[in-house]
Ligand binder design. Structure first.
Ligand code: SAH
Ligand code: SF4
Ligand code: F3S
Length: 375
Protein backbone atom coordinates (compact mmCIF):
# COMPACT_ATOMS: atom_id res chain seq x y z
CA UNK A 1 0.00 0.00 0.00
CA UNK A 2 1.48 3.32 -1.11
CA UNK A 3 1.00 6.97 -0.16
CA UNK A 4 1.85 10.28 -1.80
CA UNK A 5 1.73 13.67 -0.06
CA UNK A 6 1.45 16.94 -1.99
CA UNK A 7 2.59 19.90 0.10
CA UNK A 8 1.92 23.58 -0.55
CA UNK A 9 3.02 26.60 1.47
CA UNK A 10 5.59 27.31 4.13
CA UNK A 11 8.13 25.25 6.05
CA UNK A 12 5.58 24.66 8.74
CA UNK A 13 3.44 22.81 6.24
CA UNK A 14 6.47 20.90 4.99
CA UNK A 15 7.09 19.79 8.56
CA UNK A 16 3.43 18.99 9.10
CA UNK A 17 3.59 16.71 6.07
CA UNK A 18 6.40 14.87 7.87
CA UNK A 19 3.92 14.24 10.67
CA UNK A 20 1.29 13.06 8.19
CA UNK A 21 3.89 10.71 6.70
CA UNK A 22 4.54 9.23 10.16
CA UNK A 23 0.80 8.63 10.65
CA UNK A 24 0.51 6.89 7.26
CA UNK A 25 3.58 4.71 7.86
CA UNK A 26 2.14 3.74 11.22
CA UNK A 27 -0.92 2.49 9.32
CA UNK A 28 1.35 0.35 7.16
CA UNK A 29 1.66 2.54 4.05
CA UNK A 30 4.95 3.25 2.21
CA UNK A 31 5.86 6.43 0.37
CA UNK A 32 5.82 6.70 -3.41
CA UNK A 33 6.90 9.67 -5.50
CA UNK A 34 4.47 8.59 -8.25
CA UNK A 35 1.06 10.00 -7.51
CA UNK A 36 -0.56 7.65 -10.04
CA UNK A 37 0.58 4.58 -8.08
CA UNK A 38 -0.70 5.77 -4.71
CA UNK A 39 -3.48 4.21 -2.64
CA UNK A 40 -3.69 7.30 -0.43
CA UNK A 41 -3.06 10.85 -1.68
CA UNK A 42 -2.90 13.74 0.78
CA UNK A 43 -3.09 17.38 -0.24
CA UNK A 44 -1.63 19.54 2.52
CA UNK A 45 -2.81 22.96 1.37
CA UNK A 46 -1.87 26.63 1.83
CA UNK A 47 -4.14 29.68 1.82
CA UNK A 48 -1.64 32.52 1.91
CA UNK A 49 -2.36 33.79 -1.62
CA UNK A 50 -5.05 33.14 -4.17
CA UNK A 51 -2.54 31.47 -6.48
CA UNK A 52 -1.74 28.79 -3.89
CA UNK A 53 -5.43 27.97 -3.52
CA UNK A 54 -6.03 27.91 -7.28
CA UNK A 55 -3.19 25.47 -7.83
CA UNK A 56 -4.52 23.14 -5.15
CA UNK A 57 -8.03 23.29 -6.63
CA UNK A 58 -6.65 22.45 -10.08
CA UNK A 59 -4.52 19.56 -8.89
CA UNK A 60 -7.26 18.07 -6.73
CA UNK A 61 -9.70 18.31 -9.65
CA UNK A 62 -7.24 16.44 -11.86
CA UNK A 63 -7.57 13.37 -9.61
CA UNK A 64 -11.07 12.61 -10.84
CA UNK A 65 -9.78 10.21 -13.52
CA UNK A 66 -7.45 8.41 -11.16
CA UNK A 67 -10.30 7.87 -8.73
CA UNK A 68 -12.43 6.43 -11.55
CA UNK A 69 -9.71 3.90 -12.35
CA UNK A 70 -9.04 3.01 -8.72
CA UNK A 71 -12.20 3.02 -6.63
CA UNK A 72 -10.20 2.20 -3.49
CA UNK A 73 -8.01 5.28 -3.76
CA UNK A 74 -8.35 7.49 -0.68
CA UNK A 75 -8.03 11.24 -1.23
CA UNK A 76 -7.43 13.47 1.78
CA UNK A 77 -7.34 17.28 1.83
CA UNK A 78 -6.05 19.14 4.89
CA UNK A 79 -4.08 22.27 5.82
CA UNK A 80 -4.77 25.99 5.84
CA UNK A 81 -7.22 26.07 2.92
CA UNK A 82 -9.58 23.64 4.61
CA UNK A 83 -9.48 25.54 7.90
CA UNK A 84 -11.70 28.14 6.20
CA UNK A 85 -15.17 26.73 6.65
CA UNK A 86 -16.52 28.07 3.36
CA UNK A 87 -13.58 26.66 1.38
CA UNK A 88 -13.94 23.32 3.14
CA UNK A 89 -17.61 23.15 2.17
CA UNK A 90 -16.88 24.21 -1.39
CA UNK A 91 -14.22 21.50 -1.80
CA UNK A 92 -16.51 18.86 -0.34
CA UNK A 93 -19.32 19.79 -2.73
CA UNK A 94 -17.24 20.42 -5.86
CA UNK A 95 -15.17 17.23 -5.61
CA UNK A 96 -17.36 14.29 -4.53
CA UNK A 97 -14.32 12.03 -4.91
CA UNK A 98 -12.53 13.59 -1.92
CA UNK A 99 -12.79 11.08 0.95
CA UNK A 100 -11.56 13.02 3.98
CA UNK A 101 -11.36 16.76 4.60
CA UNK A 102 -9.98 18.13 7.85
CA UNK A 103 -8.57 21.51 8.89
CA UNK A 104 -5.42 22.45 10.75
CA UNK A 105 -6.66 21.71 14.27
CA UNK A 106 -7.67 18.07 13.80
CA UNK A 107 -4.59 16.42 12.33
CA UNK A 108 -4.25 14.40 15.53
CA UNK A 109 -7.41 12.54 14.48
CA UNK A 110 -6.19 11.60 11.02
CA UNK A 111 -5.19 8.05 11.88
CA UNK A 112 -8.62 7.27 13.34
CA UNK A 113 -10.43 8.96 10.48
CA UNK A 114 -8.57 6.89 7.88
CA UNK A 115 -9.42 3.73 9.80
CA UNK A 116 -13.07 4.81 9.98
CA UNK A 117 -13.11 5.51 6.26
CA UNK A 118 -11.64 2.08 5.49
CA UNK A 119 -14.32 0.46 7.68
CA UNK A 120 -17.53 2.17 6.59
CA UNK A 121 -16.55 3.91 3.29
CA UNK A 122 -18.47 7.09 4.20
CA UNK A 123 -17.01 10.49 3.29
CA UNK A 124 -15.66 12.54 6.20
CA UNK A 125 -15.59 16.33 6.59
CA UNK A 126 -14.48 17.62 10.00
CA UNK A 127 -13.87 21.12 11.28
CA UNK A 128 -12.59 22.32 14.65
CA UNK A 129 -12.61 26.00 15.48
CA UNK A 130 -9.42 25.86 17.59
CA UNK A 131 -7.03 23.28 18.92
CA UNK A 132 -4.41 22.21 21.44
CA UNK A 133 -0.81 21.11 21.15
CA UNK A 134 -0.36 17.45 20.24
CA UNK A 135 3.01 16.26 21.48
CA UNK A 136 2.14 12.66 20.63
CA UNK A 137 2.49 13.31 16.87
CA UNK A 138 5.90 12.20 15.66
CA UNK A 139 7.61 13.04 12.35
CA UNK A 140 9.06 11.01 9.55
CA UNK A 141 11.84 13.48 8.81
CA UNK A 142 12.64 13.81 5.14
CA UNK A 143 14.39 17.14 4.61
CA UNK A 144 17.92 15.78 4.16
CA UNK A 145 20.31 16.76 6.93
CA UNK A 146 17.97 19.48 8.21
CA UNK A 147 15.54 18.71 11.02
CA UNK A 148 12.52 21.00 11.45
CA UNK A 149 11.33 21.64 14.99
CA UNK A 150 8.16 23.60 15.68
CA UNK A 151 8.50 25.71 18.80
CA UNK A 152 5.11 27.38 18.54
CA UNK A 153 1.92 27.36 16.51
CA UNK A 154 -0.46 30.10 15.41
CA UNK A 155 -0.13 33.87 15.27
CA UNK A 156 -1.55 36.80 17.24
CA UNK A 157 -0.38 39.61 14.99
CA UNK A 158 -3.24 40.03 12.56
CA UNK A 159 -1.27 41.83 9.87
CA UNK A 160 -4.20 43.22 7.91
CA UNK A 161 -3.40 41.31 4.68
CA UNK A 162 -2.79 37.92 6.28
CA UNK A 163 -4.96 34.82 6.62
CA UNK A 164 -2.64 32.90 8.96
CA UNK A 165 -4.18 34.00 12.30
CA UNK A 166 -7.57 32.85 10.99
CA UNK A 167 -6.45 29.44 9.82
CA UNK A 168 -3.80 28.65 12.42
CA UNK A 169 -5.39 30.14 15.53
CA UNK A 170 -3.77 32.00 18.44
CA UNK A 171 -0.13 31.61 19.47
CA UNK A 172 0.62 28.47 21.42
CA UNK A 173 4.16 27.85 22.61
CA UNK A 174 5.36 24.31 23.17
CA UNK A 175 6.84 23.51 26.57
CA UNK A 176 10.54 24.18 26.61
CA UNK A 177 11.25 20.72 28.04
CA UNK A 178 9.43 19.06 25.14
CA UNK A 179 11.43 21.11 22.62
CA UNK A 180 14.74 20.36 24.32
CA UNK A 181 13.94 16.66 24.47
CA UNK A 182 13.08 16.58 20.76
CA UNK A 183 16.33 18.36 19.92
CA UNK A 184 18.45 16.09 22.13
CA UNK A 185 16.98 13.09 20.29
CA UNK A 186 17.76 14.71 16.93
CA UNK A 187 21.35 15.44 17.95
CA UNK A 188 21.86 11.97 19.42
CA UNK A 189 20.65 10.12 16.35
CA UNK A 190 23.44 11.77 14.37
CA UNK A 191 21.57 12.09 11.04
CA UNK A 192 21.12 15.88 11.04
CA UNK A 193 23.56 18.76 10.73
CA UNK A 194 21.11 21.63 11.03
CA UNK A 195 18.10 22.21 13.25
CA UNK A 196 15.60 24.81 12.08
CA UNK A 197 13.16 26.14 14.67
CA UNK A 198 9.77 27.02 13.23
CA UNK A 199 7.03 29.46 14.19
CA UNK A 200 5.09 32.27 12.49
CA UNK A 201 6.76 34.68 14.87
CA UNK A 202 9.49 32.89 16.80
CA UNK A 203 10.48 36.00 18.79
CA UNK A 204 7.20 35.89 20.66
CA UNK A 205 7.91 32.37 21.92
CA UNK A 206 6.71 32.10 25.52
CA UNK A 207 4.52 35.20 25.48
CA UNK A 208 1.49 32.98 26.03
CA UNK A 209 3.18 31.01 28.81
CA UNK A 210 5.82 33.06 30.61
CA UNK A 211 7.04 30.07 32.62
CA UNK A 212 8.75 28.76 29.47
CA UNK A 213 11.14 31.74 29.33
CA UNK A 214 11.93 33.85 26.27
CA UNK A 215 13.02 32.89 22.78
CA UNK A 216 16.62 33.95 23.39
CA UNK A 217 16.73 31.85 26.55
CA UNK A 218 15.42 28.91 24.55
CA UNK A 219 18.15 29.44 21.94
CA UNK A 220 20.81 29.50 24.64
CA UNK A 221 19.49 26.30 26.23
CA UNK A 222 19.54 24.59 22.84
CA UNK A 223 23.11 25.76 22.20
CA UNK A 224 24.09 24.28 25.56
CA UNK A 225 23.10 20.82 24.36
CA UNK A 226 26.31 18.93 23.69
CA UNK A 227 26.97 17.85 20.12
CA UNK A 228 27.97 19.00 16.69
CA UNK A 229 25.02 20.82 15.09
CA UNK A 230 23.98 24.19 13.69
CA UNK A 231 20.87 26.07 14.68
CA UNK A 232 18.68 28.48 12.74
CA UNK A 233 15.07 29.70 12.98
CA UNK A 234 12.20 31.36 11.14
CA UNK A 235 10.29 33.63 11.04
CA UNK A 236 11.34 36.64 13.11
CA UNK A 237 9.11 39.69 13.41
CA UNK A 238 10.92 43.07 13.56
CA UNK A 239 8.59 44.37 16.26
CA UNK A 240 9.70 41.66 18.72
CA UNK A 241 13.38 41.37 17.86
CA UNK A 242 15.27 42.60 20.92
CA UNK A 243 18.94 43.09 21.79
CA UNK A 244 18.90 39.88 23.82
CA UNK A 245 18.35 37.88 20.64
CA UNK A 246 21.16 39.66 18.81
CA UNK A 247 23.49 38.93 21.75
CA UNK A 248 22.64 35.22 21.82
CA UNK A 249 23.08 34.93 18.05
CA UNK A 250 26.45 36.69 18.10
CA UNK A 251 27.77 34.75 21.06
CA UNK A 252 26.96 31.19 19.97
CA UNK A 253 28.92 29.52 17.18
CA UNK A 254 26.17 26.94 16.84
CA UNK A 255 23.71 29.58 15.61
CA UNK A 256 24.02 30.21 11.87
CA UNK A 257 24.66 33.85 11.01
CA UNK A 258 21.55 34.23 8.91
CA UNK A 259 18.23 35.89 9.58
CA UNK A 260 15.00 36.08 7.65
CA UNK A 261 13.47 39.40 8.71
CA UNK A 262 10.37 40.24 6.66
CA UNK A 263 9.97 43.98 6.22
CA UNK A 264 6.88 43.86 3.90
CA UNK A 265 7.18 47.52 2.87
CA UNK A 266 9.59 50.45 3.00
CA UNK A 267 6.83 52.99 3.63
CA UNK A 268 5.81 53.84 7.18
CA UNK A 269 2.33 54.68 6.02
CA UNK A 270 1.85 51.29 4.42
CA UNK A 271 3.41 49.50 7.41
CA UNK A 272 0.83 51.20 9.58
CA UNK A 273 -2.01 50.10 7.34
CA UNK A 274 -0.54 46.60 7.42
CA UNK A 275 -0.59 46.68 11.24
CA UNK A 276 3.07 45.68 11.40
CA UNK A 277 3.82 47.75 14.52
CA UNK A 278 7.28 49.02 13.61
CA UNK A 279 8.70 51.86 11.56
CA UNK A 280 11.37 51.72 8.90
CA UNK A 281 13.66 53.67 11.22
CA UNK A 282 13.27 50.96 13.85
CA UNK A 283 13.80 48.22 11.26
CA UNK A 284 17.01 49.87 10.04
CA UNK A 285 18.28 50.23 13.60
CA UNK A 286 17.89 46.45 14.06
CA UNK A 287 19.80 45.80 10.83
CA UNK A 288 22.55 48.12 12.01
CA UNK A 289 22.85 46.34 15.36
CA UNK A 290 22.86 42.92 13.72
CA UNK A 291 25.66 43.93 11.36
CA UNK A 292 27.66 45.64 14.10
CA UNK A 293 27.79 42.34 16.02
CA UNK A 294 27.84 39.99 13.02
CA UNK A 295 29.36 41.79 10.02
CA UNK A 296 28.76 38.90 7.62
CA UNK A 297 25.21 38.05 8.64
CA UNK A 298 23.05 36.86 5.74
CA UNK A 299 19.83 38.88 5.69
CA UNK A 300 16.75 37.95 3.71
CA UNK A 301 13.27 39.44 3.63
CA UNK A 302 9.68 39.24 2.39
CA UNK A 303 8.08 42.18 0.60
CA UNK A 304 4.49 42.66 -0.51
CA UNK A 305 3.87 44.98 -3.47
CA UNK A 306 0.51 46.46 -4.33
CA UNK A 307 -0.96 46.52 -0.84
CA UNK A 308 -4.15 48.65 -0.96
CA UNK A 309 -3.27 52.33 -1.23
CA UNK A 310 0.40 51.73 -2.12
CA UNK A 311 1.43 54.71 -4.25
CA UNK A 312 4.41 54.94 -6.58
CA UNK A 313 6.09 56.99 -3.87
CA UNK A 314 5.47 54.27 -1.25
CA UNK A 315 6.93 51.71 -3.63
CA UNK A 316 10.00 53.88 -4.27
CA UNK A 317 10.54 53.96 -0.51
CA UNK A 318 10.54 50.15 -0.55
CA UNK A 319 13.18 50.24 -3.32
CA UNK A 320 15.26 52.71 -1.30
CA UNK A 321 15.11 50.42 1.70
CA UNK A 322 16.19 47.44 -0.40
CA UNK A 323 19.15 49.45 -1.72
CA UNK A 324 20.11 50.47 1.80
CA UNK A 325 19.93 47.03 3.38
CA UNK A 326 21.36 45.19 0.35
CA UNK A 327 19.60 41.95 1.21
CA UNK A 328 21.10 38.58 0.39
CA UNK A 329 17.68 37.42 -0.79
CA UNK A 330 14.22 38.88 -1.33
CA UNK A 331 10.90 37.07 -1.56
CA UNK A 332 8.63 39.55 -3.30
CA UNK A 333 4.89 38.87 -3.47
CA UNK A 334 2.02 40.60 -5.20
CA UNK A 335 -0.65 41.47 -2.66
CA UNK A 336 -3.48 38.95 -2.79
CA UNK A 337 -6.88 39.72 -1.30
CA UNK A 338 -7.78 37.21 1.44
CA UNK A 339 -11.33 36.74 2.50
CA UNK A 340 -12.08 37.82 6.06
CA UNK A 341 -8.97 39.99 6.49
CA UNK A 342 -9.09 43.72 7.23
CA UNK A 343 -7.26 44.71 4.03
CA UNK A 344 -9.86 42.96 1.92
CA UNK A 345 -12.21 45.88 2.49
CA UNK A 346 -9.61 48.66 2.18
CA UNK A 347 -10.07 51.27 -0.54
CA UNK A 348 -7.64 51.87 -3.42
CA UNK A 349 -6.87 48.27 -4.29
CA UNK A 350 -3.95 48.23 -6.74
CA UNK A 351 -4.40 46.81 -10.24
CA UNK A 352 -2.59 43.66 -11.41
CA UNK A 353 -0.50 45.40 -14.03
CA UNK A 354 1.01 47.74 -11.44
CA UNK A 355 1.65 44.81 -9.10
CA UNK A 356 3.46 42.90 -11.85
CA UNK A 357 5.56 45.91 -12.76
CA UNK A 358 6.54 46.53 -9.14
CA UNK A 359 7.40 42.92 -8.41
CA UNK A 360 9.55 42.71 -11.54
CA UNK A 361 11.31 45.93 -10.63
CA UNK A 362 12.17 44.50 -7.22
CA UNK A 363 13.48 41.27 -8.71
CA UNK A 364 15.69 43.31 -11.05
CA UNK A 365 16.95 45.32 -8.09
CA UNK A 366 17.74 42.11 -6.23
CA UNK A 367 19.79 40.89 -9.21
CA UNK A 368 21.73 44.15 -9.36
CA UNK A 369 22.52 44.00 -5.65
CA UNK A 370 23.67 40.41 -6.01
CA UNK A 371 25.96 41.33 -8.91
CA UNK A 372 27.40 44.25 -6.89
CA UNK A 373 28.08 41.98 -3.93
CA UNK A 374 29.82 39.39 -6.07
CA UNK A 375 32.24 41.95 -7.50
N1 SAH B 1 4.87 34.92 9.79
C1 SAH B 1 5.70 35.38 8.79
C2 SAH B 1 5.22 35.22 7.37
C3 SAH B 1 4.18 34.25 7.00
S1 SAH B 1 3.55 34.31 5.41
C4 SAH B 1 5.94 36.86 9.02
O1 SAH B 1 5.20 37.52 9.67
O2 SAH B 1 6.88 37.35 8.49
C5 SAH B 1 4.93 34.55 4.38
C6 SAH B 1 4.87 35.79 3.58
O3 SAH B 1 3.78 35.78 2.69
C7 SAH B 1 4.69 37.05 4.38
O4 SAH B 1 5.86 37.50 4.96
C8 SAH B 1 4.14 38.01 3.35
O5 SAH B 1 5.18 38.69 2.69
C9 SAH B 1 3.44 37.10 2.37
N2 SAH B 1 1.98 37.26 2.44
C10 SAH B 1 1.17 37.03 3.47
N3 SAH B 1 -0.11 37.33 3.16
C11 SAH B 1 -0.11 37.78 1.89
C12 SAH B 1 -1.10 38.25 0.99
N4 SAH B 1 -2.38 38.34 1.35
N5 SAH B 1 -0.73 38.62 -0.26
C13 SAH B 1 0.56 38.55 -0.64
N6 SAH B 1 1.54 38.10 0.16
C14 SAH B 1 1.23 37.72 1.41
FE1 SF4 C 1 0.71 36.73 8.96
FE2 SF4 C 1 1.65 38.85 10.19
FE3 SF4 C 1 1.25 36.58 11.56
FE4 SF4 C 1 3.22 36.74 9.80
S1 SF4 C 1 3.04 37.94 11.68
S2 SF4 C 1 1.76 35.07 10.02
S3 SF4 C 1 2.38 38.03 8.21
S4 SF4 C 1 -0.32 37.87 10.62
FE1 F3S D 1 0.36 28.85 3.83
FE2 F3S D 1 -0.63 28.05 6.09
FE3 F3S D 1 1.98 28.33 5.84
S1 F3S D 1 -1.46 29.64 4.80
S2 F3S D 1 2.17 29.94 4.33
S3 F3S D 1 0.73 26.90 4.76
S4 F3S D 1 0.77 28.67 7.67
Amino acid sequence: MLYNIVTYGCQMNVHESEKIAAILEDLGYTETQKREDADIIVFNTCAIREGAEDRAFGNIGALKQQKKKNKNLIIIVCGCMTQQKSVQEKLFKTFPFIDIIIGTHNLYKLKNLIQRKLDDKKRICEYEESGDLHEELISKRSSGDNAWVNIMYGCNNFCTYCIVPYVRGREKSRKKDDILKEIKDIVQCGNYKTITLLGQNVNSYGNDDKSQGTFSQLLQDICDIEGDFKLTFMTSHPKDLGDDLIEVMAKNDKILKELHLPVQSGSNEILKKMNRNYTIEHYLSIVEKLRAKMPNIRLTTDIIVGFPGETEQDFMQTCDLVKKVKYDGIFAFMYSKRSGTVAEKMPNQVDDETKHRRVNYLLQLEKEIKAQKEN
